[in-house]
Design a protein around this ligand. Structure first.
Ligand code: ZN
Length: 564
């Protein structure tokens, strides 16, 4: 069956509510564990139906935003979401209250209940109003950012259009583009400061209502983190500052020499090569075809996956009029398949979709085959990023299908940019912890904190007196700080896992792949720590882990980047 043939029916909310109440009653009145298990299975089937319909509406709406039918259905889905959440939560609560807990844990695994407990403790009705306020503030930031227009060389353009100029091989163009970008944030300084101050206070107030000192524990709970605490995360960041920052600093000197500049400035930071970063060959269609060939040749598991994706048409990646911008990967539970959405434009970003997003899709596809309960289908977010970021490296032998003669340059750029990202990500994370611990900081004190962290994580940065950046405002352009609190370190930890799979694959391809498969097949049935242990991967905050990865990566760069 093809995606276009999947049937869509708008979920009947009152019928779903009635079914949920019926199932709840069954769980509560059950005389034995088996009765509760079968009631929960009924709930799972109901949930799969409903979530499948909502997902189909969302995907079809993004494929053609002009389609009035799916536009309405998507609006319905936005409104239905929170109501369904509340109904589903009642079932979780009923199951958590079961007197047959040991038998249930035996059947579903202990983790299902740990995850339910975490999810349940993130909410009580008293914080509903604050949650709505948080959403309002977050959308205000999003709107401000998305509507941002700037004047660049006589042309008025949206902020996002500055991107290519910020990476221009011409230094003056880069400098000007970064300056213009900064001026947007300067012009909206008061509003950006006020919004963040309010967000921090609003989140802290919710946390206090739930019995915490500040938002941090609630933030971790909202992300469903079930195996590490802020203490481990802090130790990870410190290892990065100590053992990885010096390696990145050394790479920055290499980059400076490569670019031939007297000092490496802020606006040189993302330009790794003087003539720009590697570009793929061919059209968007050719890039997609190369992706198919890559997965077919890579392993029997990826071949089966990619053939299914094409056979069922679970891709919509070529640009077409009416499509929503951006890209994503989502799962369609009833059919047990993923879906990939993107807007290919013949650039390296298209390749990222095929290596990174397809990594997420492959993990989804693989875990669906195991029939986990829906709460155990996907692991926590840092582990999901391990799926995709590791795939970026494990596909290495086939990158030549995209980049041809520029493949070597691509590999070096990919390795360096992955490395350079980690200290930045840690800075974003430490900043947020400090903000929630000190909600009364003035805007100036927040900026001073950011500058202090710049010294810790990116001591090489030279702002060349550019106004916005040198006063420490740079954090305001990081969407996650406003919109996805405390979610960012996930990328950093996942990157260190991806590096380990890559290093392993350079020693023994087959063994690395087998270990990666073990990680992926487990879906969300294990915690991040268990997934790492079972695949012979060091947990990123384990003492010595970063030093070891750092030394392997820097050796690889010494050997392979000599000619660049
Ligand atoms: Zn991802």
């Amino acid at each position: 069956m093809k995606f276009s043939e999947f049937q869509y029916t708008r979920p009947d909310l009152s019928a779903v509510r009635a079914r949920c109440e019926e199932i709840c009653a069954k769980i509560e009145a059950a005389c034995c564990a088996q009765a509760q298990i079968s009631a929960y299975d009924e709930f799972e089937a109901l949930r799969r139906e409903v979530e499948t319909d909502l997902t189909i509406a969302y995907v079809r709406h993004s494929i053609d935003t002009r389609d009035e039918f799916y536009d309405q259905e998507n609006e319905f889905s936005d409104e239905a979401g929170p109501q369904l959440e509340e109904m589903f939560q009642k079932i979780n609560l009923a199951l958590l209250g079961s007197k047959f807990r040991p038998e249930l844990e035996e059947h579903f695994g202990k983790l299902l209940f740990t995850n339910m407990e975490i999810s349940v403790r993130t909410f009580k009705p008293e914080i509903l109003e604050l949650m709505q306020e948080e959403n309002r503030l977050a959308s205000q930031y999003q709107k401000l950012y998305a509507s941002g227009m700037v004047e660049f060389r006589g042309e008025t353009m949206p902020l996002t259009k500055l991107g290519p100029y910020m990476q221009s091989p011409d230094r003056e163009t880069r400098r000007e583009a970064w300056t213009v970008r900064g001026s947007f944030f300067d012009a909206n300084r008061a509003e950006l400061d006020e919004l963040y101050g309010k967000l921090v206070k609003c989140r802290n107030a919710q946390a206090r209502c739930l019995g915490h000192e500040n938002f941090i524990q609630l933030g971790y709970d909202r992300l469903g983190r079930n195996c590490y605490t802020p203490k481990e995360v802090a130790s990870f960041r410190d290892q990065i500052a100590q053992d990885m920052v010096p390696i990145v600093a050394e790479r920055k000197k290499v980059q400076q020499a490569r670019l031939g500049v007297d000092r490496l400035c802020f606006y040189d930071d993302t330009l790794l090569f003087p003539d720009g970063n590697a570009k793929p060959e061919g059209t968007a269609e050719e890039i997609l075809a190369a992706g198919k060939r890559m997965y077919e040749e890579m392993s029997p598991e990826t071949a089966e996956f990619i053939d299914k994706m094409f056979e069922m048409e679970l891709f919509d990646v070529l640009s077409k009029p009416g499509k929503a911008p951006g890209g994503y990967c989502t799962g369609i539970p009833k059919y047990k398949v993923p879906f990939i959405f993107s807007n290919f434009n013949g650039t390296a970003g298209d390749v990222d979709v095929l290596t990174h997003e397809a990594g997420h899709a492959f993990a989804d596809y693989t875990a669906y085959k195991q029939n986990y309960p829906s709460l155990l289908q996907s692991p926590t977010l840092e582990s999901c990023e391990c799926h995709s970021m590791s795939m970026e490296f494990l596909t290495q032998d086939f990158h030549k299908y995209f980049f041809g003669d520029a493949t070597e340059k691509y590999e070096i750029g990919h390795c360096e940019s992955s490395l350079i990202f980690i200290p930045y990500g840690c800075m974003v994370d430490e900043f947020q912890h400090l903000m929630y611990e000190n909600e009364d900081l003035t805007p100036e004190q927040r900026n001073e904190t950011w500058l202090r962290l710049e010294k810790k994580y990116r001591p090489w940065i030279d702002f060349d007196n550019l106004p916005f950046y040198s006063r420490g405002g740079g954090w305001q352009q990081q969407l996650h700080i406003y919109l996805n609190p405390l979610y960012y370190i996930d990328y950093c930890m996942a990157q260190t896992v991806a590096f380990q799979f890559w290093i392993a694959s350079m020693h023994d391809r087959a063994d690395a792949w087998a270990r990666y498969m073990r990680f992926v097949v487990a879906g969300g049935s294990k915690t991040f720590v268990e997934l790492c242990h079972d695949s012979g991967i060091k947990v990123p905050y384990e003492p010595g882990c970063i030093r070891e990865i750092g030394s392997e990566i820097s050796q690889w760069l010494h050997k392979n980047a000599r000619n660049h």
